[in-house]
Design a protein around this ligand. Sequence first.
Ligand SMILES: *[C@@H]1O[C@H](CO)[C@@H](O)[C@H](O)[C@H]1NC(C)=O
Ligand SMILES: *[C@@H]1O[C@H](CO)[C@@H](O)[C@H](O)[C@H]1NC(C)=O
Length: 160
Amino acid sequence: MRPWHLWLGFIPFTQAQATVGGIPAPPGVAFLYNANITVGLTVDVGAIPAGNISVIPVIGGALTGPKISGKILAIGADWGLSTPQGFYYSDMRAQIRTMDNANIYVQMTGLMQGNNGVVYVRTTFQTGHKDYWWLNYAFTFGTMRASGTGYVVDMWYLTA
Ligand SMILES: *[C@@H]1O[C@H](CO)[C@@H](O)[C@H](O)[C@H]1NC(C)=O
Ligand SMILES: *[C@@H]1O[C@H](CO)[C@@H](O)[C@H](O)[C@H]1NC(C)=O
């Protein structure tokens, strides 16, 4: 096998990384969507060696943003882990169906420290739909907060 760093010579970099005050310029960030996720009754798995697992079913919802809008199907859940150190690890699987009928599989993971109510999340998307193909390699991040009937999620993505 050729060492990986030798392959770098073939990557067609066309621009030097811009710098600000001698440090790399931060990447651009754009708003992806706001989502309201409705949840069902929690299923308590109980204490495992790492903490307590609670399964919070996803039973519906909606999302809207500049490039994507649709509904959240009643498929999936958040397999949340509460640890003795006071962390909450979110591990959600869900399905989006866009207004124009693209099906997008969503995997969201995140972490809440203590009880400020904000889970910082990352999401990966998988879809074969050509209009949303870019989501397969979008680098996204956001926040998830509890609301009356579920969660409110705000997501952003890096543009460069
Ligand atoms: C989420 O709920 C809030 C508050 O009711 C509402 O303002 C917002 O439009 C909703 N977002 C979506 C995507 O439905
Ligand atoms: C796990 O659940 C038990 C029973 O409800 C509770 O006593 C314990 O504090 C919980 N532990 C964590 C880490 O949340």
